[in-house]
Design a protein around this ligand. Structure first.
Ligand SMILES: [Zn+2]
Length: 309
């Protein structure tokens, strides 16, 4: 599956949908060094320094919530607020792919009712800001994990200094909280093998799980459609290659051993639910069913075709 255009991952025909439908919605890609994306032992020397395209496959979910009338956006890609020189260095195109791809599905940022942030790193949450750094979701209610919120509050990014966070974001989140537009969800990785938690806004068809190996209290929404479940993988499973527990992102994951244990636990839950995982950073595979077992232990199914990982 190409990740350049929006595509229905699971759900009913949108023309007749009575229940939620999940779309892959590519935002603006960036470029990282290959060795930063993969702890692949064959990637050494110059090969590890080669730039690789890192996608930003957001999810758009339609017909969600107890009344099936809510539109959800999960993560938003990198932002327009970055200076032109930074964008050019990171290979980020000027085109606003998030808005363009939403329009292809007949949706605008003003239609988003709920924004779910997996974690507030710049390449995931930056797309909710405009060129001047202001929020461009006029009515959306934001869902974020309490742990990630606290981590950002305690480690605010400073302009001009390297950080995974965005300068000024803590103040914006606090303002949203005071306006009653931010809900913080609490959970921890011990629940990764269970049923997850729900929130009143979204009802039983959306479950939330929490992992800590990549970043503090990353949140993963699972959307239960009539055709199966879809996990928003965020940076827990950034690409199909990263599904195997021992594969992590050097320098980006805060605790590779914890991450491996969390993947082992959660993949069992994914398997029993026959869920798909969506891969936020994968330029080739938007989502796949993960098979656990067999000679390679982990592999993925996409559109009925198995993808070895
Ligand atoms: Zn990321």
């Amino acid at each position: 599956m190409s990740c350049g255009n929006p595509a229905l991952i699971l759900g009913n025909n949108p023309a007749t949908a009575a229940h939620l439908s999940v779309y892959s919605l590519p935002g603006r890609p960036t470029q990282f060094r290959a060795g930063h994306m993969r702890n692949d032992p064959t990637l050494v020397g110059d090969a590890a320094k080669q730039p690789v395209t890192v996608a930003a496959n957001c999810l758009l979910v339609k017909n969600a919530g107890p009344n099936q009338n809510l539109t959800i956006l999960c993560d938003a890609g990198s932002g327009l607020h970055l200076p032109a020189a930074t964008r050019s260095k990171l290979g980020i195109p000027d085109r606003d792919l998030l808005v363009e791809n939403l329009a292809m599905l007949g949706v605008s940022l003003a239609d988003i009712d709920i924004f779910i942030s997996s974690h507030p790193h710049w390449d995931h949450i930056g797309g909710i800001l405009d060129e001047t750094g202001n929020l461009r979701l006029p009515k959306a209610h934001i869902l974020l994990s309490r742990g990630a919120y606290q981590q950002n509050m305690e480690n605010p990014a400073i302009e001009g200094q390297p950080s995974s966070f965005i300068p000024g974001m803590p103040e914006k989140l606090q303002a949203l909280k005071q306006a009653g537009r931010l809900t913080l969800l609490s959970g921890d990785p011990s629940g990764l093998g269970g049923e997850g938690i729900t929130c009143n806004l979204l009802g039983d068809a959306v479950r939330f799980y929490f992992s800590g190996g990549h970043s503090e209290c990353q949140m993963h929404a699972v959307f239960l459609t009539d055709a199966g479940g879809v996990v928003f993988g965020g940076d827990f499973f950034p690409t199909a290659w990263h599904v195997a527990p021992e594969r992590y992102m050097p320098q980006f994951d805060r605790d590779p051993k914890q991450l491996a244990n969390e993947k082992e636990l959660f993949l069992q839950r994914v398997r029993t639910g026959h869920w798909h995982i969506s891969f936020y950073h994968d330029p080739q595979v938007a989502a796949a069913r993960v098979l656990v077992g067999g000679p390679e232990r982990y592999s993925s199914l996409i559109m009925g075709e198995e993808v070895r990982v």
